[in-house]
Design a protein around this ligand. Sequence first.
Ligand SMILES: [Fe+2]
Length: 176
Amino acid sequence: MPDFDLESFVLEMRAAARADEPIKKVRDAMTRAFRDPAAIRAAMPEYENDDEILFEDDSVSIWFVRFAPGLHVPPHDHQTTATIGVYAGAEDNHFYLCEPGKLVHKSSRRVGPGEVIAIKPDGIHSVEAADGKDSCGIHVYLAALTKIERSLFDWNSGDVRPYTEENYDAMKRIAG
Ligand SMILES: [Fe+2]
């Protein structure tokens, strides 16, 4: 296997997203690419921002995502399949179900270097960096994420709010 090449990876994801069974194809291709997280680490640029859109069209969005210690991203959905691969640090993903009047925590999953998970369109998760270290990953969504109307969920009541920057800032949790 050659070293990781971001341009080739983006092309591979674009092809997978347009193939039959895109969910499986993207997941399989991500799993292959993330077998060597050190190669991804070595190849990825040092982005200044915590989020960087690497590619987006109507079939796929590919993001660089960094979670810094202390920030807990509020519960949200994606309205499309989200496939998440981590190449540095680890993400703690917490999964919830919305029940009448409350948000119920169901499970948590630490996603470390080389691991890939897929979240269904109606899956609700919150995310934070694990072990007090930055986590870096690539997130692939099977739609134009910036055009989708997504939801945030109140930590306690599960009340649904539009996924806007203002609501996100009001709901995010900062440690310390
Ligand atoms: Fe998410």
